[in-house]
Design a binder for this molecule. Structure first.
Ligand SMILES: Nc1ncnc2c1ncn2[C@@H]1O[C@H](COP(=O)(O)OP(=O)(O)O)[C@@H](O)[C@H]1O
Ligand SMILES: N[C@@H](CCC(=O)OP(=O)(O)O)C(=O)O
Length: 266
């Protein structure tokens, strides 16, 4: 068993493959379960942040387009269309559980500028005071790094450091970090715990698995580095059934845990 009994602040990141179908349409049954479990862990008394991808895919889905060969500018416009679609469904689903949500669009440079970072930190603080669940995505109209490198994973790690989270959970379309990309290699094994991001870990992390996703395991390892440097444990788990979030918090050994050896248990 893992000891997450004292986790007060938790950041949960969901990838494009978790919230949308390859058609770009919303995966409603999954989103319903996600809203339910996050509302539930909020009711337990925790501060919860949801970092969500899926804006570009939702834009594609709404327009009936496919991803192939979209330019960065096209993706920016699609993200602007899709972001509203995402917020509309989150507003509806969390609203059913009486939970207030807030849209927070960020760019990663907030961590480089003290003034901006303080503004963001203060906003999160008041959102928690108001009992809201901040729903974060990158501001793709302003920043293009993520659209090119698929980096909501590292954005979620930055958010975890800004709010001084006790745990970061990344939900993906795979059970965790394997000894090789299961889509490409046979006989790969799930790695349960990683205590250090060394050259071996970097070497086994490959790119994205599905048509609308970006970043793959590489950006999740980058996220783990950031989290571990700040003493924040991170778990990668399969978001197929979002109720795993609750099980992870209960200490069940699900997915891959990244924890620096000198991190005291939170
Ligand atoms: N070593 C690895 N272990 C697990 N998955 C890997 C690995 N290397 C590459 N991948 C790929 O990373 C994918 C998950 O990342 P990604 O496609 O970006 O999804 P998400 O939308 O959840 O961010 C997996 O489906 C898998 O194909
Ligand atoms: N801001 C983009 C996120 C792109 C991205 O990082 O996607 P993913 O690899 O699925 O987490 C969007 O909402 O489409």
């Amino acid at each position: 068993m893992r000891d997450f009994g004292n986790v007060k602040k938790v950041v949960v990141k969901v990838g494009t493959s978790t919230v949308t179908y390859p058609t770009g349409k919303l995966n409603l049954s999954r989103l319903e379960k996600l809203a339910r479990v996050l509302s539930d862990i909020k009711n337990e008394g925790r501060d919860v942040v949801l970092v969500t991808s899926g804006a570009v895919a939702s834009g594609l889905g709404r327009l009936g387009l496919t991803k192939n060969h979209k330019t960065t500018q096209e993706k920016q416009a699609l993200a602007a269309i899709g972001q509203g679609i995402l917020m509309q469904i989150y507003e509806k689903l969390f609203g059913e559980y009486g939970v207030v949500v807030a849209q927070v669009l960020l760019t990663k440079d907030v961590v480089d500028e003290e003034k901006k970072m303080l503004n963001v930190k203060n906003t999160f603080e008041y959102l928690f005071k108001y009992g809201a669940i901040p729903i974060v995505n990158e501001n793709d109209v302003v920043a293009i790094e993520e659209l090119e490198f698929g980096d909501n994973d590292t954005l979620s790690a930055y958010v975890a450091t800004i709010i001084d989270a006790d745990l970061l959970i990344i939900l993906s379309d795979i059970d965790g970090l394997y000894s090789g990309d299961p889509r490409l290699c046979k006989d790969v094994k799930l790695i349960k715990e990683v205590f250090e991001i060394d050259s071996y870990v970097e070497s086994i992390a490959g790119g994205a698995g599905t048509v609308n996703s970006t970043g793959g395991m590489q950006t999740k390892i980058e996220a783990a580095k950031i989290a571990m440097q700040h003493g924040i444990p991170m778990v990668i788990a399969n978001g197929e059934n979002p109720s795993v979030v609750k099980e992870i918090l209960e200490g069940k050994e699900i997915g891959t845990l990244f924890v620096s050896k000198n991190t005291v248990s939170r």
